[in-house]
Design a protein around this ligand. Structure first.
Ligand SMILES: *Cc1c(COP(=O)(O)O)cnc(C)c1O
Length: 351
């Protein structure tokens, strides 16, 4: 694989298309096919996702996560409702108001919580503190799995989340942009993290798992999918050559490919996390449970790493440095970064 730029840990969406997704797209590229999703690849991809989740869910394909999240949440809400989410949730911090836009005004209400996970008491407080007509009526809890801070809701924590949403009469949405990483780390069947845990709608990430683009919106409560196809079309999310949005799923869902790539990314993050934590002066700021590593390092070290060509984010969540691994990360990338970090830390004053 030529032209793969090294020196980057910015995001798992910096990686290219994994070979299996690429191959599946190539197969779908043979000849003509019906447009707008009435093609055999789309039908097969929907069925593959039903098999994956072991249930008869409704499946739609959108171009990206912002659209998938927004349209999914819009379908759960009226304009006067509210969606409760963590203050670091992608829907709150990184979607440019798309939820509010597509839902014609549904308001996001944020809560805090350790390591990117919503605090359930805070959720309850947010729902119960007002019951009057002047407050945007809480309707949905949206959680992210794996979280924006690289942590996971364990199956037990999901049971508690479900208990609360049931008690409070909230729908449960899951932003699964990195669902595959959560699945690989928690080693349970997909159904245990979704419909068995009360998830009504899942936004399932394809892009960060190795596809070129594309997320699936999976309705476990099929009634909620009523007229969702119109929502997608109106929002510009109905691909006319849908087979290219759908077929990569066939590549990822065969032979556990999705899990293998996610396992690889998680293993890389673990290795990087251990390597960085062994350097004096470096502090991990969140546990490394999926494919992200968050560390606190001095600004002069950040600058020195940038000078050496390393690319990583410093604006996610608490504003620490995030190093993200993907299916395409190599052991050599990790070893070189750890070596450079050790070198830079040794040279900078104060360490
Ligand atoms: C990347 C990501 C998305 C999707 O982002 P798009 O750029 O809109 O595809 C959604 N949620 C989370 C948590 C993400 O990390």
């Amino acid at each position: 694989m030529k032209h793969r730029p090294g020196n980057q840990f910015a995001s798992d969406n910096y990686a290219g298309i994994c070979p299996e997704a690429w191959q599946a797209m190539a197969e779908a590229n043979a000849g003509f096919a019906t447009s707008y999703g009435d093609d055999p690849w789309t039908a097969r991809a929907c069925n593959a996702l039903r098999d994956f989740f072991e249930t008869d869910c409704e499946v739609f394909f959108a171009f990206n996560g912002t659209a998938a999240n927004s349209l999914a949440l819009a379908s759960l809400c009226q304009s006067y409702h509210s969606v409760i989410c963590h203050e670091t949730a992608h829907i709150e911090t990184d979607e440019c108001g798309a939820i509010e836009f597509y839902s014609n005004g549904t308001k996001l209400l944020t809560v805090s919580g350790q390591d990117g996970k919503v605090d359930l008491d805070a959720v309850e407080h947010t729902v119960k503190k007002r019951s009057d007509i002047h407050y945007p009526k809480p309707k949905v809890l949206s959680i992210t799995q794996a979280t924006e801070l690289g942590t996971l809701y364990t199956p037990d924590e999901l049971v508690a989340v479900h208990g609360l949403t049931k008690r409070l009469g909230l729908k449960l949405h899951m932003d699964g942009a990195r669902f595959s990483n959560a699945l690989a780390a928690l080693k349970v069947p997909p159904k245990e993290l979704t419909w068995r845990a009360g998830v009504d709608v899942l936004t399932l990430g394809g892009t960060k798992s190795g596809m070129a683009f594309g997320e699936a919106v999976v309705f476990f409560d099929r009634q909620l999918a009523n007229e969702f196809d119109y929502r997608c079309k109106q929002a510009g999310q109905l691909a006319s050559k849908m087979r290219f949005l759908a077929s990569p799923w066939l590549g990822l869902l065969q032979d556990d490919v999705l899990l293998c790539h996610a396992n690889h990314a998680n293993r890389c993050a673990k290795k990087l996390s251990e390597g960085l934590a062994s350097i004096p002066g470096i502090k991990l700021v969140h546990p490394t449970e999926a494919n992200a590593v968050f560390v606190q390092i001095p600004q002069n070290v950040i600058d020195a790493l940038h000078t050496r060509g390393w690319v990583f984010y410093t604006f996610i969540g608490s504003g620490h440095c995030r190093f993200m691994c993907s299916w395409a990360t190599t052991d050599e990338d990790i070893e070189t970064l750890v070596r450079d970090m050790r070198d830079v830390m040794g040279k900078e004053p104060g360490f």
